[in-house]
Each structure stands twice: as C-alpha cells, then as structure tokens.
Design a protein around this ligand. Structure first.
Ligand code: NAI
Ligand code: MG
Length: 357
C-alpha cells in the first residue's frame, strides 16, 4: 500500500501559481522514483482575486477546510489593488496563527553554484538555519489607533512575548542545535526594547542551563545584521523574534542566492495541525505572468516538506539537483543571470533528480 500525502495547495497571487507548479512537478518526480508514496494535491483558489470577488481572502471556514491535510504548500499572497495588511492578515497570518505554526524554519545556506554578492567568503562559510518565532512577538496584532485622523492621533503597536511562546521557540532551537551538534545564537535587542527583549534574553539564559552541551552566543540585532554580511560563518543555528527573523532572513537570502532561492517552513511541531511550506518571496507583481520567475525557492520549500514527512534523503537529493542545475548554469532564470523560463528550470531540476544517486 502506498502512503498518500494529502497536500492543500494555495498557489495564491502573482508568480505564486507559476512557481508552485514547478515544486509540484519535482515532488511528483520524487514520488514516482521512490514508489512507496504519492502526493494528492487539492487546489484552493484563495488570494487577492478571490478577495475582489468575495470580499475575503479565503472563506470563513477556510481553516476547517485545510485542517485535515498533511501539509499546506503555498505560493505567495498579495497584489496591488488589495492592501497588503489585509492580504497578509486574512490569509497567511490566519493560517500561521490558527494552526499554531509557531516555528518558522529558514535555511540560509549558500548552495553550490548559487550567486553570492560577498567577496572573500567561501561557500561553506554561509550555512545556517534561522529559527524565527512565528506566532506572536511584534506581529501579535495587538495595539490601538486612537483619535484617528485628529491632530493628536496616537498609534500603538504592542509586542506580545508570552512565557509559553518565548520558551517553546527557544527550547525548539536548543533541541535543534543539540541534534545537529551546532552552536546556537540568539538575536535580540535588550538594550532598547527594555521589556520584551530583556525578557527574551532572560528566557534564553534560563533554557540554556538545560543544554550545557550547546555552545551559545547572543547578539543585538543591529550587530547581527552587520555580522551576517561581514562574518556569516559566526552563525549556525539562530533563534530570534518574529520581526527580527523576518528582516534578517531577507538579508540572509541576499547573501545566499537571492529571493528566488530562499525557502521557509511554518511548522506546528506537535503535528496537531498541518504545517505550511512556502518560498519567502512575495508575488513579484513586476514579473508576474511573464513566465520568468525563479522556481528554486518554491522547490526548496517542497524539499523541506519532504524532510518534514521523514524523507530527508529525498530532501537532500532535491537540493543536490538544484546545485547541479546552478553549477551547470545554462538553465537559470534572469534573476540569476540566465535566459531560461520558470518551466525549464523546473524540468531541469526534475531531470537531475533522476540521475543523482
Ligand atoms: P517580492 O518578494 O514579491 O519581490 C521583491 C523583488 O524580488 C521583485 O523585484 C521581484 O521581481 C523579485 N523576486 C521575488 N521573487 C522572485 C522569484 N521567485 N524570481 C525572480 N524574482 C523574484 O516582494 P514585494 O515586491 O515587496 O511584494 C509584492 C507582494 O507580495 C506584496 O503584495 C507583498 O505583500 C506580497 N508578499 C507576500 C509574501 C508571502 O506571501 N509570503 C511575502 C512577501 C511579500
Ligand atoms: Mg518577509
């Protein structure tokens, strides 16, 4: 009996559908080669177009519809014509929060053949995993807008750092560092954020006592941003808050091949709800519909999905296939200096998987 993985696909807006279909192509190839499992994809047409027709990004019972899937595979949401805070909050953040996907895993690894703007950095010196808090913090959505439109207007955006939320992400990161036998770096800002980040640092210290075998470091976020560029080899496993993680992983993407190559997984570690896999880039309206979007980020996130299902060997093989395509260099999209289209890059990766051992 074949294992069937039921995947909910939200291709979304702009280049979302273009890149997602290449990820599907690649994992279908994997399933065909493996023979012991297959994927069953169910497509949900949610996003900005759906919003313009229905006044909402997804139906009211959207989360219930997704609940029974093994995973969610998402392209990108957001498009001119719908305010970004609506598209983000009514779909992506609803899923991340509603399904308690409190861990955001963003690998920052300079794959072979990937372009890197840094001089004097060798390939193995950029190899980290950023573990971003994904459920609260600065993106908790708490705050107020007082005296709107009046001269004495006041806006409050409150960070929410619960003990449960802070401890569980830090503990998850320590477990990962122990498992991988790597150092763990906490990125915070305790000097200026005198409640939230002092608390974060305190919890990091507390939890670290349970892991004397894990080497730890702690940086202020501004210094960390500098070191990402100057000395990226300082970082192995990184744990940080929702906002800081959002920003530094775009920086991480920039030093490890660009947005077209950066993947992210939104994990519910208890597996009580489906986890969600997505490229970290947006819908790229400037190139949407031209067939030139780079599908490698979404293919990488599909490989994270295979890791999550316990097929790490296949996950690695997908990355190796991507590396071969980049090293050969003749089937790449324009953002990587090539002339190939989205479809051709997906085909090339699927083909390489077949020949790699
Ligand atoms: P973006 O990531 O869509 O684009 C930034 C730049 O990178 C653009 O020049 C784009 O052409 C390029 N780019 C991005 N992905 C690419 C790919 N796969 N291949 C080649 N080039 C690529 O970010 P932007 O422009 O700030 O946002 C556009 C829309 O996407 C907004 O509505 C925003 O809210 C939404 N967005 C959605 C995200 C999500 O669904 N997770 C994440 C970030 C933005
Ligand atoms: Mg972001």
């Amino acid at each position: 009996m074949k294992k069937i993985y039921k995947i909910a696909v939200i291709a979304g807006d702009g280049i979302g559908p273009e890149v997602i279909s290449e990820g599907i192509k690649v994992v279908d190839k994997v399933a065909e080669l493996d023979g012991s499992f297959e994927f069953e994809f169910t497509h949900f047409p949610w996003g900005c177009e759906y919003y313009l027709d229905h006044g909402q990004m997804m139906p009211i019972d959207g989360l219930q519809q997704l609940r029974s899937f093994d995973a969610i595979y998402l392209g990108a949401v957001g498009y001119p014509g719908v305010p970004d805070h609506i598209s983000l909050w009514d779909l992506l953040l609803k899923i991340r929060k509603g399904f308690n996907q409190y861990v955001n895993l963003r690998p920052i690894t300079l794959l072979e053949g990937a372009p890197c703007p840094l001089n004097d950095v060798s390939r193995d010196q950029i190899d980290m995993l950023v573990i971003r808090e994904n459920s609260e913090g600065e993106y908790a959505g708490a705050g107020d807008w007082l005296f709107k439109g009046k001269p004495h207007e006041v806006v409050l955006q409150t960070g929410v750092f619960s003990r449960v939320g802070t401890e569980r992400i830090i503990r998850y990161a320590f477990e990962e560092a122990r498992k991988q036998r790597k150092s763990l770096t906490s990125i915070s800002k305790g000097n200026a954020l005198n409640y939230s980040m002092v608390f974060w640092d305190q919890v990091f210290d507390e939890v670290s006592k349970e892991y004397p075998d894990v080497e730890t470091h702690s940086y202020l976020v501004d210094a960390a941003a500098m070191f990402f560029v100057k000395q990226p080899w300082r970082f192995e496993i990184v744990v940080t808050s929702n906002l800081f993680g959002d920003i530094i992983t775009d920086l991480g993407a920039a030093i490890s091949g660009g947005l077209g190559l950066a993947a992210g997984a939104n994990i519910n570690p208890e597996r009580e709800y489906p986890s969600m896999f997505e490229p970290i880039h947006g819908s790229a309206p400037d190139i949407a519909g031209k067939g030139i979007a780079n599908p490698l980020a979404s293919i990488w996130s599909a490989s994270q999905m295979l890791d999550f299902f316990g097929h790490e060997d296949w996950g690695k093989r997908i990355l190796a296939a991507m590396e071969q395509v980049m090293v050969e260099g003749n089937t790449l999209t324009p953002d990587m200096g090539g002339t190939a289209n989205t479809n051709q890059v997906g085909d090339a990766v699927a083909e390489k998987i077949q020949v790699i051992d």
